[in-house]
Write a protein that binds this ligand. Structure first.
Ligand SMILES: Cc1cc2nc3c(=O)[nH]c(=O)nc-3n(C[C@H](O)[C@H](O)[C@H](O)COP(=O)(O)OP(=O)(O)OC[C@H]3O[C@@H](n4cnc5c(N)ncnc54)[C@H](O)[C@@H]3O)c2cc1C
Length: 479
C-alpha cells in the first residue's frame, strides 16, 4: 500500500527541513503542469490538473541522493522537474507523486578555458549560461527556442536540439560528462575526457532519459570561442521538394552552415509575405565562424542555391528571423483562448522526408475537420537527412474531452504516417507522456533493451512513471 500524503510530506520535512518541502496550493498548481499543450488547453476550459503530493527543492547532489533514497524506500513515485518547458508532459506529475524541483541547483561551477568546457548544476537556465559565457568571450552553440526557460539538466534529459545545430551539433554532441543520482540514491559520475572507447558510452543512458532513470545533478558541456564573422542570405524557393534537394546538396558537399531553415509556403506567407510570392517557400541561411570562414562558406552555398534556380532575397529575412525567433506569445494567447496550437517534430532520411511532409499535411487536411492549419519547416539538417517541424492549429469544441479527442486525432495521424514513411517520431522534443505509447512501435525489436534498462536502473518503477516508456497495457490512440 502506498504511504499517505501526510506521512510522505512529514518524512521529507524531517529529512530536508520544512522550508524545502512546499505544499501550498500555488506551488502545487505551478508544478502540476509543464508546457504540454493538451492539459493547457483543457485548463483554459476549466479542467483542473491533478496536483502532486508536494514539491521538494534540493540544493546539492547529496540532498538529491538523500531524497531519492528516502522516496525509493517508501515506494513513492518521483518526477524530476527542470524549467517545465517540455511540451509532451514529461514533467507532469501524477497525484501520487513527489516533484523534485531542480530550480535551486542553479550554480555555474567552473569554466575550463584550456579544455573548452563549462560545468554547471542542472537547474541553470541555458539563456543565463549563454550570457555568462558571452561576457567571457565564449558561446554554448546551443540555441533552442526555449533558451530562457529550459535548464541544462532538462536539455540533456530530453536530447534537445538548438537552432544552430547544423554547425555546433545537438546536445549529445555538446555533452562532455555528467553526474547523476540513481533512483535508490547512489551517485554516479562520468569523467571528463574528449573521447573514449571503453564500451558503450554511458552518457547516452542519460541523454533522453527524461527523468525515468534518475536525476542529472551536474553537467559539463563544450564551449566555443565567440564567432567573429557571419554571412546571412535568404532565397525564395519554388517548392519544399526543391528546397530539400538544395539543402541535401549543401550537406552532401561538406558544408555546415549554422542555420539552415526551409519554411513551406504557409510559413513563408505568414512571416515573409513582403518578399516571397504566393506559393513560394523560403530558405534562410546563416554561416559563422573564425575570420574568413563564413564568407567562404557563404560563397559556396550561394553558388549551389543559384545553380538550383533559387531567387536571392538578401540578408533581411534572416535578420528578421534572428530578432523574433524566440517569440511565442501568440501561441500562448491561442491556447488561453481554447485553440489547440502545437508543434510536432519528426525526422527521416533524405529519401523519405519529402514524402512524409506531403502525406502528413494531406492526411490531416482530409481527415481532421477541426484542423485550421498545418504548416512545416526543416530546421536541423545532416548529411543523412533532415527534420520536419509541423505547426498545427485546430478549433475543438469547448469541452476537455473533445479537446483530447481532436488532439489525439492529430497526433495519431502524424505518428502513424511518420512511422509508415520510415521516419522517427521525435527529432528533439522527446517522448514525455504523449509519445510514450508509440515507443514500442518506434523502437521495434530494440524496445526490449529500453525496458531492460528501465528495470535494471529503476526496478520498482518509481522514476517518472508513464514518461519515456508507456504504462503497462497503454496503447497508442488509433487514428
Ligand atoms: C516555446 C518552446 C520552444 C521550444 N524549443 C525547443 C527547441 O528549439 N529545441 C528543443 O530541443 N526543445 C525545445 N522545446 C522543448 C523544451 O524546451 C525542451 O524539451 C527542454 O529540453 C526541456 O527542458 P526543461 O528544463 O524545461 O525540462 P522539463 O520540461 O522540466 O523536463 C523535461 C523532462 O526532463 C526531465 N528532467 C528535467 N530535469 C531533469 C534532471 N535534472 N534530471 C533528470 N531528468 C530531468 C523531466 O522529468 C521531464 O521528463 C521548446 C519548448 C517550448 C515551450
Amino acid at each position: 500500500m502506498s504511504p499517505s500524503r501526510d506521512s510522505v510530506v512529514a518524512g521529507l520535512q524531517s529529512l530536508m527541513g520544512h522550508d524545502r518541502v512546499a505544499t501550498d496550493t500555488e506551488t502545487l498548481a505551478k508544478r502540476s503542469l509543464d508546457t504540454w499543450p493538451l492539459p493547457l488547453v483543457q485548463l483554459a476550459m476549466g479542467a483542473q490538473p491533478a496536483a502532486p503530493l508536494c514539491v521538494v527543492r534540493p540544493r546539492s547532489t547529496d540532498e538529491v541522493a538523500r531524497v531519492l533514497a528516502h522516496l525509493y524506500r517508501q515506494g513513492v513515485p518521483t518526477v524530476p522537474y527542470g524549467g517545465g518547458s517540455g511540451v509532451l508532459g514529461g514533467a507532469k506529475p501524477g497525484p501520487d507523486s513527489v516533484v523534485l524541483d531542480l530550480g535551486e541547483m542553479s550554480r555555474i561551477l567552473s569554466l575550463d578555458e584550456d579544455n573548452l568546457t563549462v560545468t554547471v548544476q542542472p537547474g541553470v537556465f541555458l539563456g543565463k549560461l549563454e550570457a555568462w559565457l558571452n561576457e567571457r568571450g565564449y558561446i554554448t552553440g546551443h540555441y533552442p527556442q526555449s533558451i530562457d526557460v529550459a535548464q541544462l539538466g532538462g536539455l540533456v534529459a530530453t536530447r534537445s536540439a538548438g537552432q544552430f545545430s547544423t554547425k555546433y551539433g545537438n546536445i549529445e554532441d555538446l555533452l562532455v560528462s555528467l553526474e547523476a543520482v540513481l533512483p535508490d540514491g547512489q551517485v554516479m559520475r562520468i569523467k571528463d575526457v574528449p573521447r573514449r572507447a571503453t564500451g558503450p558510452d554511458l552518457r547516452h543512458i542519460w541523454l533522453g532519459s527524461e527523468g525515468a532513470f534518475g536525476v542529472i545533478t551536474e553537467v559539463t558541456v563544450k564551449v566555443f570561442p565567440r564567432p567573429v564573422d557571419r554571412w546571412l542570405q535568404a532565397y525564395a524557393v519554388p517548392t519544399m521538394r526543391t528546397g530539400m534537394e538544395v539543402i541535401h546538396r549543401f550537406l552532401h558537399d561538406g558544408w555546415r552552415p549554422a542555420v539552415v531553415r526551409l519554411h513551406d509556403e504557409i510559413e513563408a506567407e505568414r512571416g515573409y509575405a513582403s518578399v516571397v510570392n504566393k506559393g513560394e517557400s523560403i530558405l534562410l541561411l546563416l554561416s559563422e565562424g573564425p575570420e574568413g570562414y563564413a564568407q567562404a562558406e557563404g560563397r559556396a552555398l550561394d553558388r549551389t542555391a543559384l545553380a538550383a534556380g533559387l531567387h536571392p532575397l538578401g540578408p533581411a529575412p534572416v535578420e528578421a528571423w534572428l530578432e523574433h525567433r524566440n517569440d511565442v506569445h501568440e501561441f500562448e494567447q491561442f491556447i488561453r483562448a481554447g485553440l489547440i496550437v502545437d508543434t510536432i517534430e519528426v525526422s527521416a532520411r533524405w529519401t523519405d522526408i519529402a514524402g512524409i511532409y506531403e502525406r502528413v499535411a494531406e492526411r490531416l487536411r482530409r481527415e481532421v475537420p477541426e484542423l485550421i492549419v498545418v504548416s512545416g519547416h526543416s530546421s536541423h539538417s545532416y548529411p543523412q537527412g533532415t527534420n520536419l517541424y509541423f505547426i498545427l492549429g485546430a478549433q475543438p469544441p469547448r469541452n476537455p474531452a473533445e479537446v483530447e479527442r481532436v488532439y489525439k486525432a492529430i497526433w495519431s495521424r502524424v505518428m502513424e504516417t511518420t512511422l509508415a514513411g520510415g521516419g522517427t517520431i521525435s527529432h528533439h522534443h522527446g517522448v514525455g507522456k504523449m509519445r510514450a505509447p508509440w515507443m514500442p512501435a518506434e523502437l521495434g525489436t530494440s524496445y526490449k533493451v529500453l525496458e531492460s534498462l528501465k528495470s535494471a536502473l529503476d526496478p520498482k518503477g518509481l522514476m517518472n512513471p508513464g514518461t519515456l516508456l508507456p504504462l503497462s497495457g497503454q496503447e497508442p490512440p488509433r487514428p
